[in-house]
Design a protein. Structure first.
Length: 227
């Protein structure tokens, strides 16, 4: 991990709690690859980089550990969790089950309002993709799925997916960086959106499975090559 202070990590004043700000800064640093898997999270260095107290850094690390982005290693302390295919495979399996069901349920109930929300979320996602705005893209993708799960009434399933969101975003960053994608992420999302807007549950579920199957195949190749 970079040990020098960085102005872009320093926290500005905000009505959001300091712990939330620090947690989000560190989360995005992990997702973007600024902090790599296996990097030690040294409290003193983080205090200097973020411009906050050690107690705030400790609290943020605890939250990130609960999200699976940080793990404690004997004699090393907290480190950035390493991505591996076994863990990634389980995340893709969970997503495939929950997201396919949610997309199918959303397609059954989608009215003009839901379709408008979904198309708007897809537009934001597509704009972020073409502007190569990674953090905006992750947020827009999350919002796209939030619309689907909320409209479907699958709120508990969305809670489960939300708890995995940090790890999902890390995998998303990994697969988006690959040149081996047969179909782009936004193109897959457009197919999901179209199936829902056509009120076609089977096509919506299949579009989700196709998207996640493509992403999982790329992740498997990249993570196995990284060993």
């Amino acid at each position: 991990m970079d040990q020098t202070p960085d102005d872009d990590l320093r926290i500005a004043h905000s009505p959001t709690t300091l712990r939330e700000l620090v947690t989000e800064k560190m989360r995005q640093a992990i997702i973007s690859g600024r902090f790599n898997g296996g990097d030690r999270l040294i409290e003193r260095t983080l205090c200097d980089q973020l411009g906050v107290s050690r107690s705030v850094v400790r609290e943020a690390i605890r939250y990130l550990e609960a999200e699976g982005l940080v793990e404690s290693v004997s004699r090393a302390g907290p480190v950035v969790a390493t991505l591996d295919w076994n863990g990634a495979r389980q995340i893709y399996d969970i997503r495939r089950l929950l997201e396919a069901e949610a997309a199918a349920a959303c397609a059954r109930v989608a009215d003009a309002s839901i379709k408008a929300q979904l198309r708007q979320a897809l537009g934001e996602l597509d704009k972020a993709f073409h502007q190569e705005a990674s953090l905006h893209l992750y947020a827009a993708t999350t919002d796209f799925y939030r619309v689907i799960f909320t409209a479907a009434g699958h709120l508990i399933a969305w809670e489960v997916v939300s708890r995995l969101n940090g790890r999902i975003s890390r995998l998303r960053a990994l697969t988006l960086s690959s040149s081996n994608r047969r179909i782009s992420g936004p193109a897959h999302m457009a197919r999901i959106c179209q199936a829902i807007c056509d009120n076609d549950p089977e096509a919506a579920a299949q579009a989700v499975r196709s998207h996640l199957g493509d992403a999982a195949e790329i992740a498997q190749t990249l993570l196995k090559d990284a060993r």
